[in-house]
Design a protein around this ligand. Structure first.
Ligand SMILES: *Cc1c(COP(=O)(O)O)cnc(C)c1O
Length: 345
């Protein structure tokens, strides 16, 4: 028997509303990279659209194209593009393009011109993470070039954005100062961006001054809280995905849970993993290739379901991550790619 990742779409809906309320009047973009943090793009996107989500963050173009097929009317934002083929695909799918280098800006302009299209772009300033983004020194020339290209009609500058570390308030404050300067310079150069966006989950919730026009929220939409941060309850969020498995065999001392291959993290999780069982929360005492061992409980029988992480009363992915020295996203993203998913709600 195999474990399965059970995805509660009603919890996703609740989180979408909770996020929206928390960040208003800023708009919340739903980030769906990594197959919607392994919750499944094909189910997550339609539910989000039904809940009124208008902006979806895809990361790469192939995800953006897949989102476009599911959401013909949404604004779909992709910010990891490699070269002109990617740009052509992005324009064909009417994606909003995050542009974090002068080279990409030229590629976008060239492809848009060839397609007689106007590319919707969001210019990215590097505010300190040094992961794609135009350095402050190069920003004035970059925005001047954007002004020229906008005048030619090949681009429309929709937004200015960056990504911050969210590891320390002081570093984030420094990043925000760099962002503010970049926005002023862009406006002085003649750009009129409608969407400024800087924050992801943690800063969007905790720090109103980081919200601007839009926030890009992945983790919190799925109910994955930050390690060493506020609880799900304090955030007003519900865990969406739960890793469940069933009792395979009941012994006199132990219960064997059939899981199949679940996760690259599991082998390091022995001693950290607690299963929520019909007999209460019990420690996982052994992790084998495709089974787990849990102490016996009264009335244990084959087929009973146990939750290894997820919604209460189980540990959340982040509870487990904190014991393993990682983050909740990592616990979820490491789930085996062929692990079956089941949707409820
Ligand atoms: C992943 C990502 C986000 C979402 O981050 P969360 O912490 O999951 O909310 C936002 N912006 C960018 C650029 C990202 O790569």
């Amino acid at each position: 028997m195999s474990a399965e990742f059970v995805v509660d779409l009603a919890a996703l809906s609740d989180n979408i509303r909770a996020v929206r309320e928390r960040v208003a009047p800023a708009e919340a973009m739903l980030v769906v990279k990594d197959d919607a943090y392994r919750h499944g793009l094909d189910a997550v996107v339609p539910r989000a659209i039904a809940e009124g989500v208008r902006w979806i963050g895809a990361l790469d173009v192939s995800t953006g194209v897949a989102v476009r097929a599911l959401a013909p009317e949404a604004r779909v934002f992709a910010w990891m593009l490699a070269g002109r083929d990617d740009v052509a695909d992005a324009l064909s799918a009417r994606l909003d393009i995050g542009v974090g280098s002068a080279e990409l800006l030229e590629d976008v302009a060239a492809v848009a011109q060839a397609q007689s299209a106007t590319a919707d772009v969001h210019l990215k300033i590097d505010t300190g993470l040094h992961r794609n983004g135009v350095r402050s020194e190069e920003w004035p020339a970059f925005v001047d070039r954007a002004v020229q290209l906008e005048a030619l009609g090949v681009i429309h500058v929709v937004g200015i954005w960056s990504h911050i570390g969210e590891a320390s308030d002081a570093d984030d404050d420094d990043s925000r100062a760099v962002f503010e300067t970049a926005v002023s310079q862009a406006r002085e150069a003649g750009l009129t961006p409608e969407k400024l966006h800087l924050a992801a989950s943690a800063a969007a919730f905790a720090r109103p001054e980081f919200r601007y026009d839009m926030v890009r929220i992945g983790a919190f939409h799925y109910g994955i809280r930050s390690a060493d941060g506020p609880s799900e309850q304090e955030l007003g969020l519900a865990v969406v995905g739960s890793l469940q498995a069933a009792v395979e065999k009941v012994g006199r001392k132990d219960t064997i849970i059939g899981t199949g291959y679940v996760s690259g993290l599991m082998s390091t999780a022995a001693g950290s993993l607690t299963a929520a069982t019909p007999g209460g929360r019990l420690p996982v005492t052994e992790i084998a290739a495709d089974t787990l061992r849990i102490p016996h409980w009264d009335d244990a029988e084959a087929g009973q379901v146990v939750t290894l992480f997820g919604a209460k009363p189980a540990d959340s992915a982040t509870d487990l991550a904190e014991r393993l020295g990682t983050i909740g996203e990592e616990v979820v993203l490491r789930l085996a790619s062929d692990l079956p998913r089941r949707y409820v709600g």
